[in-house]
Write a protein that binds this ligand. Structure first.
Ligand code: SF4
Ligand code: SF4
Length: 66
């Protein structure tokens, strides 16, 4: 199982992680007028491909295997 952590402070809501996920597990959401990426998929659906982590230009997203 993999855990996706996204640092909201560093996320620039570029959408690159959203676009690259083969299983469409990440989405851009908005809270109090601030947009950021969030893992919205089922916890078990992540295949640990690390595409999202590699795609993030801000280093704000990490994939960890539990
Ligand atoms: S590791 Fe791969 S499958 Fe998992 S959320 Fe990132 S891009 Fe999607
Ligand atoms: S790629 Fe990084 S900066 Fe861009 S939306 Fe995803 S987490 Fe945020």
């Amino acid at each position: 199982m993999y855990v996706i952590k996204i640092d909201r402070e560093k996320c620039q809501a570029c959408g690159d992680c959203v676009d690259t996920c083969p299983n469409e597990l990440i989405a851009l959401v908005e809270e109090a007028g601030v947009q950021f990426a969030m893992y919205t998929g089922n916890p078990d659906d992540c295949i640990g491909c690390f595409s999202c982590e590699s795609a993030c230009p801000e280093g704000s997203l990490t994939v960890t295997e539990l």
